[in-house]
Design a protein around this ligand. Structure first.
Ligand code: TMP
Length: 223
């Protein structure tokens, strides 16, 4: 068990739209709480009152095509800066496990690989926004673009966000995003775990918990 005064652990979920991140983040948080850990479950964009307002601006379908990628990157980063200061860093400082649904690697994947902004500039922006707070473990829920979009379109009517709207971001864009995530994971295998998300939720949740427990408490693998 992690003691109160030890620094906590920061775990993020990443992946294409429709990969089931939110469900899996919730399930992981519940499992870790049942293990007796202090867990903070949060999401991006969002996690603070400012972040939720920025989220509404960013994901508004009526804005399709009207935001530049640079404006998007800055807005996601503004929300992230507040999130780090108000939620993530205080939780890590008290020793909690922070489970976050998306974080800075989404900016690299979407605004970088997807929209073509230079990755080195986005990494500089990330360092400024986060003050260097990086995830200790990134779970990439990998899924084909077709399967992801099919899942999202089958969801609640009107729940499709701006990035999922085919008029604004086409299949080729989402293919670049997926390839970008896989490249990021391949570049840092010690920090990333790739989980096949084209399976029933229970199977995915099992693999996620095994990977996270192995990370939090090496030696407890396979439970
Ligand atoms: P979601 O978290 O509900 O999937 O929606 C967030 C959307 O915003 C998703 O389509 C990915 C996109 N996004 C970015 O483009 N850049 C970012 O930095 C983040 C956090 C999300």
């Amino acid at each position: 068990m992690i003691e109160g005064r030890q620094r906590g652990r920061f775990i993020t979920f990443e992946g294409p739209d429709g990969s089931g991140k939110s469900t899996q983040a919730e399930r992981l948080a519940a499992t870790l709480r049942a293990d007796g850990l202090d867990v903070v479950l949060t999401r991006e964009p969002g996690g603070t009152p400012l972040g939720e307002r920025v989220r509404a601006v960013l994901l508004d379908r009526d804005a399709a095509g009207r935001h530049s990628a640079r404006a998007d990157a800055l807005l996601f980063s503004a929300a992230r800066a507040q999130h780090v200061d108000d939620v993530i860093e205080p939780a890590l400082a008290r020793g909690a496990v922070v489970v976050c649904d998306r974080y800075a690697d989404s900016t690299a994947a979407y605004q970088g690989y997807g929209s073509g902004l230079p990755l080195d500039q986005l990494r500089a922006l990330e360092a400024f926004a986060t003050r260097g707070v990086r995830p200790d473990l990134v779970i990439l829920l990998d899924l084909s673009v077709e399967a992801g979009m099919a899942r999202r379109m089958a969801g609640e009517p009107g729940s499709v966000n701006r990035f999922e709207s085919p008029d604004a971001f086409d299949t080729a864009y989402h293919e670049r995003v997926r390839a970008g995530f896989l490249e990021l994971a391949g570049a840092e295998p010690a920090r990333w775990r790739v989980v096949d998300a084209d399976r029933p939720a229970d199977e995915i949740a099992h693999d996620v918990v095994v990977a996270v427990r192995a990370f939090l408490e090496p030696g407890r693998e396979g439970r």
